[in-house]
Design a protein around this ligand. Structure first.
Ligand code: C5P
Length: 339
C-alpha cells in the first residue's frame, strides 16, 4: 500500500476511535450525569476528606482491627457506673461480692441509690467519634519512673490517670504534676485537690458506704483494716468504677487469671475505653528487676508483684501485647520508650 494511503488509514482509525469514545462519554454522561463523572469525583473527594473512627492519626478501634484485640475489646461497656447501668445481673453481683468475701453485704442497690443522691450521675466519656482525639497518660507506681524525666510528656496529655498512694509532689520531673483522675479504694485512699476526679474502685458494698462517710461524717473507720476516715476531694467530681466493667475486664482481658485485676490494669482498661491515644508509664520492674514504688527508697519492697491476688505476669504480658499491636505506647523508664 502506498505510504500516503497508509497514513490516511491511520488518521481515519484514530479519528474514528476519538469520535466513538467522545460520543459514548457524552451520551452516558448526559443521560445520567451522576453515573459517571459525578460519582467518580465524589468518590475521590470522599477518600480525600473521609473521617476515621477518631481524629487522631491512629484510633483505638480501627476498621480492620487486629483479631486478638477485636475479640476482647468492647467499647459499649461503660467503665463508669451510672444509675442506669448500676443494676447488676445476679452473676455479676455474686462475682463482685466474692472479690473481698464481704461477710455481711448490705443491700447493694439501696447503697447505690444513696451514692447517686450524693454524687452527680452523668454518663461521661462515651463520646468516641470522628471529631475526638483524646490523649491519655496512665501512670503506674513502678520504681522504673525514677530518673525517667517523663514529667513533661505525662503532663502534656489531656487526661492523666494515677492510682492509689501515688504522690506527685517532689517527683514532678519524673512523674509530672497534673492529675485529672485518681483511682483508689478505701484502703489505698489519699487526699486530692478539688480539680481531680476521685475514681472509686469499689470491691465491696462497704466501699460505697465509706465514700459517703469519708466525704461527710467520717463514721466508717475500718473495712478489713483501718482506713482513712475523712478524705479531701471534690464530691461533684467523684466517679465510680463500674462492677460490671470490672467483670468484663476480668473475663475478656485476663481470662480469669488472678483473683481480680490490679488497680494498674483497671486503670489501663479505663483508659483504652475512654481515650483515643494511650501512653503508659510506670508499669513493670525497674532495670534491676525491682518491683518497688517510685517513692520507695527500699528497692526490695515487693510492691504489687507479690500481693497474691493479682496475676502480675499475665497482666504485664497483656500490656506488652497491647503495645505490640500499637494500641498503647509504653514507656519503660530510663531506657526510653519501648517502641
Ligand atoms: O502498688 P500499687 O498497687 O499502688 O501500684 C499501682 C499499679 O502500678 C499496680 O497495680 C501495677 O499495675 C503498677 N505497678 C507496676 N510495677 C510496680 C509497682 C506498681 O507495674 N513496681
Amino acid at each position: 500500500m502506498p505510504l500516503n494511503k497508509q497514513r490516511k488509514l491511520k488518521t481515519f482509525t484514530l479519528l474514528f476511535f476519538i469520535i466513538s469514545f467522545t460520543t459514548f462519554l457524552f451520551t452516558y454522561t448526559f443521560r445520567d450525569p451522576s453515573l459517571y463523572f459525578f460519582k467518580y469525583a465524589l468518590r475521590l473527594s470522599d477518600n480525600f476528606f473521609s473521617k476515621g473512627p477518631c481524629a487522631c492519626p491512629r484510633c483505638m478501634m480501627e476498621p480492620e482491627d487486629d483479631p486478638w484485640f477485636a475479640e476482647r475489646f468492647n467499647q459499649s461497656v461503660n467503665p463508669l457506673m451510672t444509675r442506669d447501668n448500676s443494676v447488676l445481673s445476679d452473676e455479676t453481683l455474686a462475682w463482685w461480692q466474692w472479690l473481698q468475701s464481704e461477710r455481711k453485704p448490705t443491700n447493694f442497690h439501696k447503697v447505690v441509690r444513696d451514692v447517686f443522691h450524693f454524687i452527680p450521675d452523668e454518663a461521661l466519656y462515651m463520646d468516641a467519634g470522628p471529631e475526638r482525639c483524646r490523649t491519655c497518660a496512665v501512670v503506674g507506681n513502678s520504681g522504673n519512673l525514677k530518673g525517667s524525666q517523663y514529667g513533661a510528656i505525662i503532663d502534656s496529655s489531656d487526661l492523666i490517670i494515677r492510682m492509689n498512694q501515688a504522690p506527685t509532689m517532689g517527683f514532678e520531673k519524673d512523674v509530672g504534676s497534673r492529675t485529672t483522675h485518681h483511682l483508689m479504694y478505701p484502703e489505698s485512699a489519699v487526699d486530692l485537690d478539688s480539680t481531680t476526679h476521685l475514681v472509686l474502685v469499689p470491691f465491696k458494698t462497704l466501699d460505697l458506704q465509706w465514700l459517703i462517710s469519708a466525704l461527710t461524717t467520717g463514721t466508717i473507720k475500718e473495712t478489713y483494716m483501718p482506713v482513712k476516715t475523712t478524705i479531701k476531694a471534690n464530691k461533684d467530681k467523684v466517679l465510680i468504677y463500674s462492677p460490671a466493667f470490672f467483670k468484663y475486664v476480668y473475663d475478656n482481658w485476663l481470662e480469669g487469671h488472678g483473683r481480680y485485676p490490679s488497680t494498674g490494669f483497671l486503670s489501663l482498661m479505663f483508659a483504652i475505653h475512654i481515650c483515643d491515644k494511650v501512653s503508659v508509664f510506670g508499669f513493670g520492674a525497674d532495670q534491676r528487676g525491682n518491683w518497688h514504688h517510685y517513692w520507695d527508697d527500699n528497692h526490695l519492697a515487693g510492691a504489687f508483684r507479690f500481693t497474691g491476688v493479682h496475676d502480675g505476669d499475665y497482666e504485664y504480658n497483656v500490656t506488652l501485647l497491647l503495645a505490640d499491636k500499637h494500641k498503647i505506647r509504653m514507656f519503660k523508664g530510663r531506657s526510653g520508650p519501648v517502641q
